[in-house]
Design a protein around this ligand. Structure first.
Ligand SMILES: Nc1ncnc2c1ncn2[C@@H]1O[C@H](COP(=O)(O)OP(=O)(O)OP(=O)(O)O)[C@@H](O)[C@H]1O
Ligand SMILES: [Mg+2]
Length: 469
């Protein structure tokens, strides 16, 4: 039961609620019956009183004896009371033992022609309905006739009704308790199942899945837990892969650094040129690590959403031209032709200029790095409300089956070939993330041995016109 707390709580709440409702209902029904029986008995007694008073009024001969028989037959008591309160005649079955039910004020009222009726409780605890009527002869009230009926029979009937009410209440309560228990089981079982599964997932068993097929909220919760497990699994795998990649990326340059630094330290070189060559290698590898650390830092910031953009109105044509200028030297070193063309009417773009330049430079550097001869073509084309930037090269290209992965972290086509080019495989994943952050899309098309073309698409916001007052 310890694990079944929700069932217990639910059971308690519903049973409590049922109990309260049943109690109120029971009291209400009991009241209803009681007042019904009382009203009934009151009218009956009053009717009897009128009946007997009419009999007394027309009394001749042995009316009193007849009335006594009648009274006995109806199970009531008759009292004929004089003006001073003394009983002239008493007959019938009821005898409360004392006459305190005859109150002077009532006798006065009856003698002035009124009727009285009330509930009387004798000192022994017996309860009676009392009804008093005047007996009129020749227009004059001659006596007060009291009829006294015990409530015993009515109380017995009421007790029977009460017993029935209590029994059906207990029955209804037990039924509610049973059905609540079943509902609680029904509700808490999948919850317990999910609790177990989440505990397992938290303990690292990420392959755990909850098997609840229902289409209700429980099913939706189970689905959400399963999705969470899948996400965690993916996250764990990519994190493992990420760390493996980082350590692999760092190990190579560090091995170089260690080896060549040792050669220089132990003076294992023969000429000064040789020493300079080793120092150059050390310098290059140190820069490589720097580059890697910078890129990783940038990516981490982007993934945590900690990168803040500084948008402004940017002349994209000018920005791209400057980026092309910056890479001209590198292209020149490899005797590559670098072309830049603008199509359409240039429109300003509201974006983060520095980030945009980072994207263009990355694509340009890749194009130059992976092209041995030919041309790198940069085309900027403005259409109404949109702009497209294409960076096309005539380089080594990317195999079609590797194209879907090139935006992933550390992904490099043919590891050895890009290592000889000095890449770490982070550039394009940064480009991809930045493009997304700036609200654009990036696509790539490539043919192995023929060249590659990266295309950026951005929507252009209309520039707000300056208001003239
Ligand atoms: N223009 C291109 N032509 C051919 N292959 C390319 C081109 N651009 C990217 N690639 C391939 O995609 C891989 C990923 O590129 P990415 O820019 O992410 O990494 P990188 O250039 O190797 O290193 P980094 O840019 O981090 O210094 C590269 O290793 C390369 O194999
Ligand atoms: Mg690159």
């Amino acid at each position: 039961m310890k694990n079944n707390r929700i069932g217990l709580k639910l059971g308690l709440v519903i049973s409590g609620l049922f109990l309260v409702v049943l109690l109120f209902l029971g009291v209400a029904v009991d009241r209803m019956f009681t007042s019904f029986y009382y009203a009934n008995m009151r009218t009956e007694t009053e009717e009897l009183a009128s009946h007997f008073s009419v009999m007394a009024e027309s009394s001749e001969g042995d009316t009193m004896g007849m009335m006594g028989t009648f009274a006995e037959f109806s199970g009531v008591g008759i009292y004929n009371v004089r003006r001073d309160g003394n009983v002239m005649m008493h007959s019938g079955v009821q005898d409360p033992g004392c006459l305190s039910f005859i109150r002077a004020s009532d006798v006065d009222a009856i003698y002035s022609g009124q009727k009285v009726s009330y509930l009387y409780k004798d000192p022994a605890g017996g309860r009676y309905f009392v009804s008093g009527e005047p007996v009129v002869k020749e227009g004059k009230v001659v006596s007060a006739l009291y009829i006294m009926a015990s409530t015993e029979r009515m109380d017995r009937s009421l007790a029977g009704v009460r017993k029935l009410l209590i029994l059906s209440g207990i029955g209804a309560f037990l039924l509610a308790l049973g059905s609540t228990w079943i509902i609680a089981q029904f509700l808490s079982r999948p919850l317990l199942q999910m609790q177990k599964a989440t505990r397992k997932i938290a303990a690292g068993e990420l392959e755990t899945r909850v098997d609840i097929g229902s289409k209700d909220e429980m099913g939706a919760l189970a689905g959400a837990i399963n999705d969470l497990a899948v996400d965690l699994q993916r996250y764990r795998d990519s994190r493992q892969e990420f760390f493996a990649n980082i350590s692999h990326e760092l190990r190579t340059p560090i091995t170089y650094l260690e080896g060549y630094a040792n050669v220089v330290k132990e003076r294992l070189y023969e000429t000064d040129e040789e020493k300079d060559r080793y120092l150059d290698i050390i310098y290059m590898e140190a820069r490589r690590i720097q580059h890697l650390v910078d890129d990783l830092f940038e990516l981490a910031k982007m993934e945590e959403g900690k990168i803040s953009l500084e948008p402004e109105w940017v002349d994209l044509a000018e920005l791209t031209e400057q980026a092309v200028e910056k890479t001209k030297l590198k292209a020149g070193n490899k005797s590559l032709e670098l072309q830049f063309t603008v199509q359409g009417t240039p429109e300003p773009m509201y974006t983060d200029g520095a980030r945009m330049e980072q994207i263009v430079l990355n694509l340009l550097e890749n194009a130059i790095r992976y092209t041995e001869r030919g041309t790198v073509n940069v085309r900027l084309s403005f259409q109404p409300g949109a702009v497209k930037l294409a960076v096309q090269d005539t380089g080594i290209g990317i195999p079609a089956d590797e194209l879907p992965f090139i935006f992933e972290r550390f992904y490099r086509v043919e590891k050895s070939r890009s290592r000889s080019h000095g890449g770490t495989g982070l550039g394009l994943s940064i480009v991809h993330k930045l493009t997304g952050l700036l609200g654009g899309k990036i696509t790539v098309a490539s043919r192995l041995g023929e060249g590659t073309c990266f295309e950026l698409h951005f929507e252009l916001e209309p520039e707000p016109r300056e208001e003239h007052l």
